[in-house]
Every structure is written in C-alpha cells, then in structure tokens.
Design a protein around this ligand. Structure first.
Ligand code: ZN
Ligand code: FE
Length: 260
C-alpha cells in the first residue's frame, strides 16, 4: 500500500491510496491532478471518499465519477455530489482489500466524517479531512466547540502509530501558533525545525503521526496544565480551576482564529 499526497489549489492535498494497479482518492477538490496521477502511475480508480461538503473537497467528484465510474462514498448528513453512497459512524467498508471504518467527527462541518484503516501493513491510516491538522485543527464553521473537542478526543484515542492524512499543508502556520501557546515545549521546538526543513525542500510534512501530535498539537493538549494556563492568561480567564475543558478549548480555538 502506498500513500500519495497530490497538491491542489494553494495548500490542499488530495490523498491517493494505491494498492497494486488500483487507487482510492480522498476529497478530490479538483479532478485534474487525480486524472494525471492515475495516468502516470497506470492506475484504475476504485473509489472516491469524501469527508465533508466544502468545495475544495468535492469540486472534482462528479468529473472523476463520470470519467471512471468509481463509486462515491460520503457523509450521510451532508450535501455531496450525487450519486453517492451515504456512510455514517460505525459503517465498515472494504476497499482494496482493507477495512475502512467510518467515524463521525462533527465540528468543522455538521456531518463531517473521517475514514480509519485499522489493519493496513506497517501502521493504521486516518483520512480526517479538515478535522485534525498537524499542529492544529479545523475551524469550527457549523458545529460547536463541544462537538469539535469530542471529535478530536475520539481521534486522539486511535493507536499512537496511526498515520494521519490531513487535507491541508497548514503545518508551519499551526506550529507558529503552537509555539505561542507552549514556547517551552521541547518536542514542539524540534518538530518545528524538522518541518521547516521539509518545507524548504518542498516536501509535505504529512502524513503526521498521532503519537507525535499528542506531544505537540495544542488542540489535542487542551487539558494539559501548560496549555490551560496559557489560554487562561491570553483570554483573561480567572478561576481556571472552575473553567471546564470545553470553555478552555473554545478560548484556545478563538485565540488561533485571531492569531497573526
Ligand atoms: Zn473544509
Ligand atoms: Fe478544506
């Protein structure tokens, strides 16, 4: 099994998961780079997976479906280009001989799903759309902070060696914010240096590794004392002991929204 990150637009990745001469594409916001990659590698498209309804994730779905006949799977509660097979939490698909488990991860959008492959050779794989990014998380457009926190909690509980295929190369900007939150986090400092080197060479920083994210991503660390304290100081929260996790998480997300 091979994972290929196809760059699209300014900072999207369209993920191609390849097995022998077959491929599955996740969130094809544009058909052209996918068509090119399929031709170049001599691959047949076996399926199209969609995590949420935003245009940069579904823009190429109809064209790819019409050109290849590949079936489309997408979140049951979202507006995905028809025809598609609606999926929801707990569904298991079998694609390219692998089990694909559907997880509900609302927050960025109301019906956002992620696709988890628990049994791949090497290590498990997660396609999480715009829910989790390396060093960050998606903006909360349709859901609530409570939903987003619960979604991130469910992803954080996956095996630590899970490879996380995020839909955007936002890593360096996220890490700049993460360092503002936790300037003394040594893992964060060394990961930032590593990612700066990768980007200087034009290499994707992804897939991310869940175990590392648990050490460096402030949105997965919102309950950690150092993150709580930084948020309280920034947002002027008094009585931090009485402030619940969702309120801290919401203030952290707001801080990032305003961060320049
Ligand atoms: Zn989105
Ligand atoms: Fe997006």
């Amino acid at each position: 099994m091979k994972l290929i990150a196809l760059p699209a637009f300014s900072d999207n990745y369209l993920w191609l998961w390849q097995q022998d001469n077959l491929a599955v594409v996740v969130d094809p916001g544009d058909a052209a780079p996918v068509v090119q990659a399929l031709a170049k590698e001599g691959l047949t498209l076996a399926a199209i997976l969609v995590t949420h309804h935003h245009a940069d994730h579904v823009g190429g779905v109809s064209e790819l479906h019409q050109a290849t006949g590949a079936p489309v799977y997408g979140p049951a509660r979202e507006d995905v280009p028809a025809p598609f097979t609606p999926v929801m939490h707990g569904d298991n698909l079998t694609l390219l001989g692998q089990t694909v488990r559907v997880l509900d991860v609302p927050g960025h959008t109301a019906g956002h799903v992620a696709y988890f492959l628990p049994d791949t050779p090497q290590s498990p794989v997660l396609f999480c759309g715009d829910t989790l990014f390396s060093g960050g998380c998606g903006r909360i457009f349709e859901g609530t902070p409570a939903q987003m926190l619960a979604s991130l909690d469910s992803l954080a509980a996956l095996p630590t060696h899970t490879r996380i295929c995020c839909a955007h190369e936002y890593t360096l900007a996220n890490l700049r914010f993460a360092l503002a939150v936790e300037p003394d986090n040594i893992d964060l400092q060394s990961y930032t240096a590593q990612c700066q080197q990768l980007r200087a060479q034009g290499t994707p920083t992804l897939p991310a590794q869940l175990g590392n994210e648990l050490h460096i991503n402030p949105f997965l660390r919102a309950r950690h004392p150092s993150v709580r304290l930084a948020v309280a100081q920034h947002a002027g929260l008094s009585a931090l002991e009485q402030t619940d996790d969702v309120a801290v998480f919401a203030a952290l997300r707001q801080w990032k929204n305003d961060f320049r």
